[in-house]
Ligand binder design. Sequence first.
Ligand SMILES: Cc1ncc(COP(=O)(O)O)c(C=O)c1O
Length: 349
Amino acid sequence: MSRFLRASLGADFGYMPGEQPSDDGGWLKLNSNESPLPPSSTVAAAVAGAAAELARYPSPVAEPLRSALARLHVVDPEQVFVANGADQVLDCCFRAYASPGDTVVRTEPGYSLIPVLAALFSANDHAVAVEPDGSLPADFALRPGVLRVVVNPNSPTGRWIEPATLEAQLWEAGGIVAIDEAYSDFAPASCVPLLPAHPNWLVIRTLSKSHALAGLRVGYALGDRPLIADLNAVRDSYPVDRCAIAGAMAALEDRAHHRLIVSTVLRERARLSDRLDALGWRVEPSHANFVFASPPPGISAVAVAARLRDERILVRHFTAPGLDGFLRITVGDERATDRVLAVIAALNG
Ligand SMILES: Cc1ncc(COP(=O)(O)O)c(C=O)c1O
């Protein structure tokens, strides 16, 4: 960091992503909740086709992808905001709604990018601890704030709150309610059908997980037209490039491949969870594409992560108190589950 960086950000400022190995020497990456399968085979050709048009700027509102997403969710295109990943949608929520000194309410645990954005926008970061079962505390909606972020299913726990329950808990919430549904396709239901009753809600989704497009960077928000207009007012000039628009369109059209990704994750999630449970681990019930679990007494989470790393398997360990006894393991394909379980089973002796 240089001496010119805003002093308020501090020396260690920044979002800490999962490790991205620079070599591809047999690493099994189970640390960033990426898809176990590649994207639809139609994506590469669509991206190559769009590359022929790179001399021209893309549509500023990511058409025709915006309309395709509107059809998928049975809303109007003006209720869809598309950006460079769900992360940029969250960034735009802060740009639109959080002035310096405003309070942003979020849960703890929750997505670790949110406090980083709060610091970046000089907002007051108000973290509220979730209940042990993952539900929101009774007064969550009543905490004053301009923006309230709920991650459902949550990260890193994988806990999920049923939309009707969440709606009851958020009914009285003032300000904007942003529901980050990055992992929603791995859960039984989404909050999208509730949007018509909530003009202050934004539901945020991504193609990074259940469409295997983390490398293409496409995320979006659904909400009432005035909110979507707010996000468009503060967005970058052309947030989604031509290749991303074309690749995302192709991935959305291949519904069978999307279902295959989801069914693979659900099957392997159950297998990984059950087996860890049988090995004496404490496993949080997951509705996402990862499993959050704590090893049995006598085995530390850090030691397991190190042992897995020796075998070129990367998982995520968070150092925050309360999370530090757990590992977040992305659900992989069948071979990945076998590989990670073989190392973990050997630790039990
Ligand atoms: C809760 C949550 N929201 C958003 C994202 C980022 O999504 P995207 O890749 O679309 O930026 C992640 C990424 O892991 C996430 O865990």
